[in-house]
Ligand binder design. Sequence first.
Ligand SMILES: [Fe+2]
Length: 371
Amino acid sequence: MRHRYRCNFTFALVIIVVSSAYFSCHTEPKTIILRKAETKAAADVIVRKEVRSVAFGSCAQAEKPMPVLDVTIQQKPDLFVWLGDNVYGDTQEISTLQKAYQTLGNNPFFQRLDSATRLLATWDDHDYGWNDAGRHYPLKEASKEVFLDFWGDARDAPRRNREGIYTSYLFDGGKQDVHVILLDTRTFRDNLVRSQSIILEGSQSFTYMADYEPQRNPDSTLLGSDQWRWLKKQLAVEADFRIIASSTQFGIEWNGYESWANFPRQQEKMLRLLAEAERQKPTPTVFITGDVHYAEISKVSGLNGMDVYDITASGITSTWDFATRNGNRIAGPVMENNVGILHLGRPGMAKVSAEIWDASGQLRVEHSVLP
Ligand SMILES: [Fe+2]
């Protein structure tokens, strides 16, 4: 997995040169062009590649066959975003994680996908290194090195030089600019609050015990202050489409398991930032998430009348017995192995549409997310 990176500095230089040439023969106000160049330069990695479709998935046991990846290849996505639990390497020994990644790298299904399209990745708990772990996981720095080496980050990639693995890419090689933000929901996350015997009902009348309750401490954080500051700048990057990738689900109703709903103030903060960004420059924005071992689409009401969509695709090999309650669900659940695909700016179609494909090649969900 060696990918091509170009740093912001190079990009900024190119923009300055191109802008200068442009000003000499065009009448578009300087300030507008300069502002666009400046905001683009805030993206961590700029890639000259046209992106019209983005596939995504999560929760892969490295030693297992992954036929849903072959289904994905047939759809010819321009990108594939690994949303976490990309391996199951739960451990207090870093060599266990390394071996899990080696196994994934040797998996022929993975290799075919890697040859077919560009891969991006963030992590969730099991590839971070421990079930439901947050900022206190003791191997987080070593785990980060293993992660970045496996996913082929350049030696000078911005996320190698700061804490955590959050990053962003701006694909500007075609008629539309696509901005992909990968969040890190592990490195900075405060401890979860254990639930005191709350019983909930899921699909098919399954009852289950909630693991966690929503945080009541107003200072508790999921992303941490550095990542929030960075994210605010990212939301000002001018693009035609924005995708925010989070390992855990953003837009679901609280269900007693891990999700943003355990940090209601952080969820509100995100909605506030999205509304501010929308006021500055409206940009079609959707979340893609994983983790739960089934697929669904959720819609949450944002501020200023915005609808915020969260498309969950999980798992590549994992399955679960039931889907939890989710009053925000508008499509799914799909309980079989699955991947998601977003189509961006398809002529004559919705601006953003989402699909969920299963491992037998069936299109299980097709939904216009943004008209
Ligand atoms: Fe997970």
